[in-house]
Design a protein around this ligand. Structure first.
Ligand code: HEC
Length: 219
């Protein structure tokens, strides 16, 4: 009997240690994180667009987590600074992603603000990036003989639209593009404080101006 007791006790301890390391400690680290000043909550249109992003599986090919220089050349790729926990306070569920078949999209709104480009690229990626392996999403658009009042007509490169037809964006496509345009986390954040240092209230306090950031870091 003694061995069974030891086995059960050992299993309990192992489980407790793992739960503490993987659940409790990370929770304590990020529970008080507050939104940086530069980060705006999602608008209704952006939230709807986020749903379209999720339901069409964009997250399976696109990450939203530029990494630190020590992990990879994401900054050199133009994907922006390394993300910090505070960047994700409004993200439920988060869309970090684990595959990078396509580029990281955490700052796509800053990199590519054009609505026309996004709509056209979602309708037919190969019209913009020859050889692109991104799927096209034609079901987010209507192809019709003539645009009606209020339609958003796509300005596509010649040869993409059948002769005598126009492609207009459905509301889902417009929401999705609003969401992509809103993906802009280029506001400044201070690097995480070393443990034990006089840390600011949040893990990532926005720096109002470079000069202020420098003096804050020096103090
Ligand atoms: C099968 C993988 C795959 C899926 C799924 C996918 N993409 Fe892509 N995406 C790519 C690849 C590869 C590229 C790079 C080539 C290009 O620009 O077309 C890309 C490029 C992009 C770009 C341009 C990025 C840049 O830095 O220029 C955007 C924006 C984008 N995708 C949005 C989306 C959205 C929105 C969805 C979902 C509706 C989606 N993608 C689904 C693979 C994918």
């Amino acid at each position: 009997m003694e061995n069974e007791v030891k086995l059960a006790a050992g299993a309990m301890v192992a489980l407790a240690v793992a739960t503490t390391a993987l659940v409790v400690l990370p929770y304590i680290q990020v529970r008080d994180v507050q939104a940086p000043e530069g980060l705006k909550p999602y608008t209704s249109a952006e939230l709807r667009g986020r749903e379209v992003y999720i339901s069409n599986g964009c997250v399976y090919c696109h990450s939203q987590q530029p990494r630190d220089r020590s992990f990879g050349p994401d900054t050199e790729r133009g994907w922006g600074r390394a993300s910090v926990p505070a960047d994700y306070v409004y993200d439920k569920p988060h869309l970090l992603g684990s595959m990078r078949t396509g580029p990281d999209l955490f700052n796509i709104g800053a990199r590519q603000p054009s609505q026309d480009w996004h709509l056209g690229h979602i309708y037919q990626p190969r019209a913009y990036v020859p050889g692109s392996i991104m799927p096209s999403y034609p079901f987010l658009f209507d192809v019709k003989p003539k645009a009606e009042e209020g339609d958003v007509v796509l300005k596509l490169p010649p040869g993409t639209v059948p002769e005598g037809r126009v492609v207009v964006a459905r509301p889902e496509a417009l929401d999705l593009v609003r969401y992509l345009q809103g993906l802009n986390h280029t506001y400044p954040v201070l690097p995480p404080q070393p443990r034990g240092a006089a840390a600011p209230a949040t893990a990532a306090t926005p720096a109002p101006a470079p000069a202020a950031a420098a003096s804050a870091a020096a103090s």
